[in-house]
Structures are given as C-alpha cells and as structure tokens.
Design a protein. Structure first.
Lengths: 107, 123
C-alpha cells in the first residue's frame, strides 16, 4: 500500500498568514494527488485534484504543487473560513490512502 | 445539485450486521463510480470500498475484504454497503462519496461527499 504522510499534524496561524502543508508519498504517484478540506461535523470537500488543479468554485488563494512523492498545499492568505482539517489522498492506485490530516487552528 | 444521503447507521452488537444505503440525486448514478469512506471518532479518513459504474469492478481496503460488500442499484439511484461480522474498530461515520468518472483509473478522484451515517459497534 502507498503510505501518505502529512506535516505538520497541526498548526496555528493568523488571518492573513500564508500557510503551507506538505504531503509525502511512500512511492511515486506522479501527480495523482488530491486535497480535501473538512470542517468539524461536516463532510470533506474537494479542493484540488491532480496535484494542482483547483476544483470549481474553490477560492484562488488555495493552490497545490508537486509531483512524484512530494506535494504541497498552500493557502496564500488565510481567511476565517479556512480553519479546518486538510487531508491529502493519493489516487494512483487502490487502496486510495489518505494522509493523517493537518488541523489548521486560529492563533 | 449533487446530493448523497446516507442511511442505515445505528448501534449494533459486535458480530452483528448492518446495511448502509446512499440515495443519490442531482446526477445519473449509473454514469459514475462510487466509494465508501469512513472516519472513526476523532480520527482521520479511511477509504473503505470502490465500485465502478455498472458495478463490474469493486475494490476493498485489505482489512475489510470478506466482511464488507459494496453494491449498487442504478435503477433506484442507490449505493449500498453490507457490513458483516462487525467489530468495535468499525465504529465510524461512513460517508458515501461520488467518483468523478465511471471507471477505476489512476488520477480519478472523489469529487462529492454525503453527510455520513454513524455506525456504532458496541455491546
């Protein structure tokens, strides 16, 4: 199975900060990497697919990059509604494994 | 608008069975592959199972194979997950999740999630 490791597990940031979350795969997954946002008590929401393609209606302050084994999710200017947990997931092959999540909290 | 509504969760004793359903609307279920993903209380997301459009291809998490069965009835726009021999570690919110295409392929992905149904396995 492909293991996905996110870092950090949590972070504290202020509104307006630039935030970067890293996701590493245990083997190359080319660009088959997706990012999801989950708010407490809510279903996850797709933010980015294929490592860098923004899902429809997702704000442009979100961006993704990377290929092979190393990927990043960047929020250019953190907004109050962005405080949530973020998960990466590989869709290179089954099982479609997720990272353990990164919780973004208010500083 | 795409809507996925899960049902069938509840409290079940260890060793028991439960059948989850997911009613789909706002799109043609037959045109898309579907997934089940679960989340234990306070934990991260765990992919459970995949079924292709038409149902010809299925995949399961290795830890679940043989106990869980995914199926679909496209005529009723409904996805199912039959769960047998349930264990305490199966306690989780189970999400129905739509794939972006009908088939399994590298690079395909989940693009829509239901709100989930809670399964609690306890005596």
């Amino acid at each position: 199975d492909i293991q996905m490791t996110q870092s950090p597990s949590s972070l504290s940031a202020s509104v307006g900060d630039r935030v970067t979350i890293t996701c590493r795969a245990s083997q190359s997954i080319t660009t088959y990497l997706n990012w999801y946002q989950q708010k407490p008590g809510k279903a996850p929401k797709l933010l980015i697919y294929a490592a860098s393609t923004l899902q429809n209606e997702v704000p442009s302050r979100f961006s993704g990059s990377g290929s092979g084994t190393d990927f990043t999710l960047t929020i250019s200017s953190l907004q109050p509604e962005d405080f949530a947990t973020y998960y990466c997931q590989q869709s290179y092959g089954t099982p479609f494994t997720f990272g353990q999540g990164t919780k973004v909290e208010i500083k | 608008e795409v809507q996925l509504l899960e049902s069938g969760g509840g409290l079940v004793q260890p060793g028991g069975s439960l059948r989850l359903s997911c009613a789909a609307s706002g799109f043609s279920l037959s045109s898309y592959a579907m997934n089940w993903v679960r989340q234990a209380p306070g934990k991260g997301l765990e992919w459970v199972s995949f079924i292709s459009g038409g149902g010809g291809t299925t995949f399961y998490a290795d830890s679940l194979r043989g106990r869980f069965t995914i199926s679909r009835d496209d005529s009723k726009n409904t996805l199912f997950l039959q769960m047998n021999s349930l264990r305490a570690e199966d306690t989780a919110v189970y999400y129905c999740a739509k794939h972006n295409v009908a088939y399994y392929g590298s690079g395909s992905y989940v693009d829509w999630w239901g709100q989930g149904t809670l399964v609690t396995v306890s005596s």
